[in-house]
Design a protein around this ligand. Structure first.
Ligand SMILES: [Ca+2]
Length: 542
């Protein structure tokens, strides 16, 4: 949809006639939705309160909707619980197998639609709570198959299921869900949003590249941009660890070594590595001088870590994909090194790679860690590029429709490598030129792991994070994308919060700005380094 904007950038969008029973403020806007956590200032209210209470009968009426290739199998009113308002839950399937839930707040709808992206190989319907708590009518799908997030076995030798998983399932459900939202609220038009991380980030990129009409605003986190290349990279790191597993008890020494060398490069020795891309770290600094112990790495372990940082190469030394950046290796056991026994299995990178290689590419009996040939076997993945990779940098159609895209990636992401997100954004900038920032912006997050956690300020409304500061235009990604789409205010910076012990109830420990790439956050020279107000976003000086 197109959203009208005034030249001053203030909100001009009104909800469809008949929806607005109670407008709580002048014009079309009302009070910002109440959110849990520390109180914060809000630059301007974003969420329009809609006072039209829908009844049980309105919910049940949806059972009789006639929708293309779609059956609605059940509806029920789910009572209010904590931050989640009462809603009408609609369950069903497209083409009988692409299962979905659509959640429709009965009284607290903010007038917007939100597709919640799913992680891994999806296979189950993601939790809609984060969307409901923000006031959205929301939907999500299992993308057409059932299974644990790491399990791709249901996709074996089934091109249609693979296509549904890649992007078709989410698109079909988006189309259907919008029709259900329109019927339930009697709303002709409403803005549509997407947010997801990891595979959910891929789904967001798939949408802007292949179904640019689906969403007005898309938030993409830690995206699996090209699954084929990433799986080769994951295989490479597991191969590297095959005869040199790195046990969890050595991880603190690795973290200490990278912090010692890389922390201050960003201008502040503050325990957070802001420019890992500027740190020329060599694992050789940890080579054991004498006996192997927890504070050092054996020569094979040093070699394995070098390979993990370098990324996959063929025998001619040609790079096949980026590697990881140094810093904040505390998540290595989860993502890269696993338990450190059984050759490092099972890290999540191993699980996703092993499932892809077996169930998409080579068959059940294939052992990718032992058998993959980095000279000849990458070509075997080429047949999956067209459907499974989201690498198209031409976003012209999405841009022309007025769509806005926010991408974020942790600088300390050890699943989807930060350098790949930068490469993709640079490709988009190359395609769209100096005006790229008018519709697509990238935010790199210091000390942030894959989609969540990490020693840096790590709460800014991303997928799977504590539900605080909801809909705030600078502290909540959904607030930021709405501000951009509906108010024309592009996010120059976001504000990320580090809570003590990563527990919002224990209070704020530090706030920092996240800057619109290629700008970086720089300390202004005075005041607390734990207060974002004392930082500026500026072009990098090194
Ligand atoms: Ca630092």
């Amino acid at each position: 949809m197109n959203v009208q904007r005034s030249s001053s950038g203030s909100a001009q969008r009104c909800l469809p006639a008949g929806l607005i029973v109670a407008a709580l403020a002048a014009g079309c806007t009302a009070e910002t939705q109440t959110s849990a956590g520390p109180a914060v200032e809000s630059r301007q209210p974003l969420v329009t309160a809609v006072g039209n209470v829908r009844s049980q009968a309105d919910c049940e009426k949806l059972l009789s909707l006639s929708l293309k290739d779609t059956e609605i199998t059940s509806v029920e009113i789910v009572p209010e619980s904590g931050m989640v308002p009462e809603y009408c839950s609609v369950q069903g399937g497209v083409e009988t197998l692409i299962l979905f839930e659509i959640a429709l707040p009965t009284a607290a709808w903010n007038g917007r639609f939100y597709y919640v992206g799913g992680g891994g190989y999806n296979g189950n319907i993601p939790d809609l709570t984060p969307a409901l708590a923000r006031g959205y009518a929301a939907t999500a799908t299992d993308t057409g198959h059932r299974g644990e997030h790491w399990d791709a076995s249901a996709l074996y030798e089934d091109p249609q299921a693979q296509l549904n998983y890649a992007h078709r399932g989410a698109h079909l459900v988006t189309v259907i869900a919008k029709q259900v939202v329109a019927a339930y609220y009697d709303a002709a038009e409403f803005p549509s949003y997407f947010m997801g991380c990891s595979n959910g980030g891929k789904m967001g990129l798939m949408a802007v590249q292949r179904h640019p009409e689906d969403f007005d605003g898309v938030v993409v986190g830690g995206p699996v941009i090209d699954r084929t290349g990433l799986m080769v990279m994951f295989d490479w790191s597991q191969r590297a660890l095959l005869d040199a597993e790195i046990p969890p008890y050595k991880i603190p020494a690795m973290e200490k070594a990278t912090l010692a060398q890389c922390d201050a490069i960003d201008g502040l020795a503050d325990g957070v590595i802001g420019r890992p891309d500027r740190c020329d770290f060599d694992p050789g600094v940890l080579l054991c001088a004498a006996e192997d112990n927890a504070q050092c790495l054996t020569a094979p372990q040093v070699d394995a870590w070098r390979k993990i940082l370098d990324g996959p190469k063929n025998s001619a030394g040609e790079s096949l994909y980026v590697g990881y950046l140094p810093g904040h290796e505390d998540d290595y056991p989860d993502y890269v090194t696993g338990s450190g026994v059984m050759h490092g299995y099972p890290s999540s990178n191993f699980m996703y790679m092993d499932n892809f290689m077996r169930w998409f590419v080579f068959g059940h009996d294939y052992d990718p860690v032992h058998e993959f040939d980095f000279d000849t076997d990458p070509a075997a993945l080429d047949r999956f590029v067209a459907d499974q990779d989201a690498v198209d940098a031409d976003l012209s159609e999405f841009r022309a429709r007025g769509g806005k895209l926010i991408i974020y990636n942790g600088w300390a992401d050890h699943s989807t490598p930060p350098q790949r997100a930068i490469q993709y954004y640079e490709e988009v900038r190359h395609m769209h030129g100096a005006e790229t920032g008018e519709f697509a912006r990238l935010f790199m997050v210091p000390g942030f792991h894959h989609c969540s956690g990490g020693p840096g300020p790590n709460v800014f409304g991303s997928t799977g994070r504590p539900l605080v500061n909801l809909n705030h235009p600078e502290r909540d990604l959904m607030g930021a994308i709405v501000d951009w789409v509906e108010h024309g205010v592009a996010p120059d910076r976001l504000i990320a919060t580090k809570f003590a012990g990563d527990d919002p109830s224990r209070g704020v420990e530090r706030t920092r700005p996240l800057c619109h790439y290629p700008q970086v956050s720089q300390y202004a020279g005075s005041g607390s380094i734990d207060d974002e107000a004392n930082f500026v976003c500026a072009s990098p000086t090194n």
